[in-house]
Design a protein. Structure first.
Length: 228
């Protein structure tokens, strides 16, 4: 069964220009799909439609075979990791990771929050830093706290919007390996947007290439790399 299905998805903005034009893609359960293409090709728009932050002009979006075009973001069970994550400086690592669960008033018991935060910190190797404040963390640790906030949702899928583009080259390389490891460990379906060729060719199971709103090809990283 597909985890996420895009069928003839179109996004037109006010002026009638199709930022996303007739995109169809089947994402399997547990699959890691990279959405790559130059700036302005429609990657963010597509991701924002999947998460529900942008209306779909035409086409069908399904999660686990259920049509979700008109579902509110909070009811889609997806966890988004943004490019500009902001950690709360006055909160500890633990509280920063727990934050998304505390927002959902009354939904999670104290014990459940604790279980999820500890499980995420083990995967992220943050166990020993739970009482620290963001200012006392390295850049890589901060990025991992931001991922912790997505992991604690235990959502149906992760959606990444260029999460590494603000990091320096060394940290970017490090986090690339981290993200691949974490995704494999959790086995969570992932859609990852980037304009970075290295990320596109090393991270995912499949790469979807978008150009001017149109899906040009979908292939394994290996097939793309070897293509003339
Ligand atoms: P990418 O993420 O690949 O850089 P975007 O999805 O941000 O591309 O943008 C795709 C196209 O849609 C661009 O031409 C952009 O100018 C246009 N666009 C994005 N957001 C809006 C908006 N709110 N109103 C009008 N046009 C937009
Ligand atoms: P708002 O301030 O717009 O109400 P909240 O941060 O309070 O937004 O979140 C409302 C709901 O939106 C949350 O219960 C959650 O389900 C969803 N949500 C918020 N942030 C994310 C995210 N990063 N990824 C996925 N869903 C989110």
């Amino acid at each position: 069964m597909s985890a996420i299905t895009l069928k003839n998805i179109v996004k037109e903005y006010g002026d009638g220009y199709a930022a996303v034009n007739d995109v169809s893609l089947d994402i399997a359960d547990g699959e890691f799909v990279i959405l790559v293409g130059p700036s302005g090709c429609g990657k963010s728009t597509l991701l924002r439609m999947i998460v529900g932050l942008e209306d779909i002009t035409d086409g069908e979006l399904r999660i686990d075979d259920e049509l979700v075009n008109d579902k509110a973001p909070r009811d889609r069970d997806l966890a988004m990791v943004f490019q500009n994550y902001a950690l709360y400086p006055h909160l500890t690592v633990y509280e920063n990771i727990a934050f998304p669960l505390r927002l959902t008033k009354g939904a999670f018991s104290h014990e459940e929050i604790d279980r999820r935060v500890r499980s995420a910190s083990t995967i992220l190797e943050l166990d020993e830093h739970l009482d620290r404040k963001p200012a006392n963390l390295s850049g890589g640790q901060r990025q991992r706290v931001a991922m912790g906030r997505a992991i604690v949702r235990e959502a149906r899928a992760f959606l990444f919007d260029e999460p590494l583009s603000n990091l320096d080259a060394k940290l970017r390389g490090q986090m690339r390996t981290e993200i691949a490891r974490i995704q494999r460990t959790l086995g969570t379906t992932t859609v990852y947007v980037t304009h970075d060729q290295t990320e596109a060719l090393t991270l995912g199971d499949r790469v979807a290439v978008l150009r001017k709103g149109v899906l040009q090809q979908v292939a394994s990283p290996r097939a793309l790399y070897e293509q003339p």
